[in-house]
Design a binder for this molecule. Sequence first.
Ligand SMILES: [Zn+2]
Length: 341
Amino acid sequence: MHSGIWRASLTLAATIAICAPAGACLAQPVHEAAQTCPTDPLAPAHMPVVALDTRPTAAGVAAAYGGMQYRRSSGLAPKEIALTFDDGPNPNVTPRVLSVLRQHCMKATFFMVGWYAKARPDLVRAVAADGHFIGTHTWDHPDNLRRLTPAAAESQITRGFEAVHDALATAPAAEQAQIAPLFRFPGLNDSPYLISWLAERDIAVVSADMGTDDWRGIGPAAIEYRALRYANESGGGIVIMHDTKPATAESLSDVITLLEQRGYRFVQLVPAPGARERALSVPASLLYPVQPAVQTATVVAASAAPGPRAADPVGAWIQTCIQSVQDATRDLVAQVQTWGN
Ligand SMILES: [Zn+2]
């Protein structure tokens, strides 16, 4: 029933038990007394993970998860919830979301927009450094990839992955490895053509089982109410939230606690073992090999030396202007996102 789904749990010693759905564990962990999250007594200290098989079907269709659109089970048990955050990183919201997740000892999966990742590589690194996985969500979030030419849509997806890779290019290998072969369509507007195109690259499509309507611009109380209501209706599953909405950050801790109090448990969606290697090995891969981190000392020495760029105030002014235009455009994109997601 959960064919191809792998489940894992972390023990105190951080060893991983990977079990087939039927329960045949490949490596049996030594279970120690469950440790509770110090700042959330209803959460474990180490979050269980549910790993998604990213291999396409024999018919050449990409692995696609989320009951709102697809039949394939994400492997979550009833009343299990996997947190996912779209459209970031955002300087005003993403750090707050990360802080709440740390407070609850929770890991999530982020679907980033390339433009924002390029603008704030520090936030991409912060997300990866906290152990969250990062999928992508196009370059600049066109509402509906179906309305683009195939070449333009492919470019949107490719550039989204490139931007996240670039943001982590000088990050430690462990952070670069957090880029997952997972993609979410803006507005969940998929197409058979693009699903096949992603299948050729061993990229899985992640939709959702429930939302919170946070993208509609509703307040924290409304987000909490809808999270409970939709969880009750769907039984849990993959939930979409947005780390671009202040109300999302404001409500997140209460949403988590309210769901915990009603018996829901949280898991992290991660790519199955070997998924990254497979996505790297295909022609026209959207993932790149992990690069060794640049030596900080070398960078400092190079930039300390006088050079034309450092002594070029006109160039710096032009850069400032470009940044201002980029900021204004990002604001516009964010505004458009509030109209329809
Ligand atoms: Zn989105």
